[in-house]
Design a protein around this ligand. Structure first.
Ligand SMILES: C[S@@+](CC[C@H](N)C(=O)[O-])C[C@H]1O[C@@H](n2cnc3c(N)ncnc32)[C@H](O)[C@@H]1O
Length: 247
């Protein structure tokens, strides 16, 4: 009879050793002219708990801290004329050069960037360090984009007054992929965009409310039937609302 064989393979020992080292939490630096916009967002709910538990670290910086004149000027008129103001290069260069680390990803939030998606959020959650730059006014001096920015991300086809809320959206979307943030990892698996399908309808107690009852199948206890019903609802909703996801 074979007894317990201890694993003495050096590769096994190395793997166990690295497994026992806790992963470094993702560090995010946000550069904005409106740092207080993120106060409540970072303190509340699932994200606030994730930060408190040390699963990710978010530092919000006021870009004006890197201005050098007494008026703390962060913008100027555009060369070539036109309406609005443009964010000056000097404070942004100084800030990013101070905060960046080797291998970090420097991101500018902008409506003409690549659209944020679940796939991109997952990819960002696997980085070690992100620097998120929020613009204001007409945007930022192109030389910042040309030399300091690794990726430009849009949160949708509309224009916000500044990029701080866009940075918040990126942080919220990626945080959900960091192990431990959601608590119950399986809640990620059926969600909209985790497959090519949108989510199914959810109901909770009471089963009867103002004459509206919940679908019978959900009370059946028959898990196979419930799965079938949910999948059918997902297909029906995706066909109706986002047929592009099915092509
Ligand atoms: C008024 S917008 C500038 C818009 C720019 N002139 C354009 O048309 O592309 C000011 C700032 O808000 C942020 N912003 C606005 N809409 C955004 C979006 N859909 N996604 C990400 N950031 C956005 C960017 O940081 C931008 O620099």
């Amino acid at each position: 009879m074979r007894g317990f064989q201890p694993r003495c393979d050096w590769r096994f020992i190395l793997l166990r050793f690295f497994d026992s080292i806790p992963a470094m939490p993702l560090k995010i630096d946000v550069l904005t002219l409106f740092p207080r916009m993120l106060d409540g967002f970072l303190a509340e709910s699932i994200l606030g708990k994730g930060i408190e538990a040390g699963l990710l670290a978010v530092n919000v910086h006021d870009l004006r801290a890197w201005t050098t004149d007494k008026h703390r000027t962060a913008d100027d008129r555009p060369f070539g004329g036109g309406a609005g103001m443009v964010m000056k290069p000097e404070p942004v260069f100084a800030a990013i050069e101070q905060l960046q680390t080797p291998g970090c990803r420097r991101i500018y939030l902008t409506p003409d960037g690549v659209p944020l998606s679940s796939k991109l959020a997952l990819e960002l959650s696997e980085q070690q360090h992100l620097v998120l730059l929020s613009g204001h006014y007409e945007g930022i001096d192109q030389r910042i984009r040309d030399t300091l920015i690794d990726q430009e991300i849009s949160i949708g086809d509309y224009v916000l007054t500044n990029g701080t809320l866009a940075a918040a959206v990126v942080i919220d979307a990626l945080a959900r992929f960091i192990p431990g943030v959601l608590g119950e990892e399986k809640s990620l698996t059926h969600e909209s965009f985790s497959s090519k399908l949108l989510d199914f309808p959810q109901y909770t107690r009471p089963a009867e409310f103002r004459g509206m009852s919940i679908p019978e199948v959900l009370l059946s206890g028959n898990h196979a039937e419930i799965e079938k019903w949910r999948h059918a609802r997902q297909l029906e909703k995706t066909r109706r609302v986002r047929p592009d996801l099915l092509t």
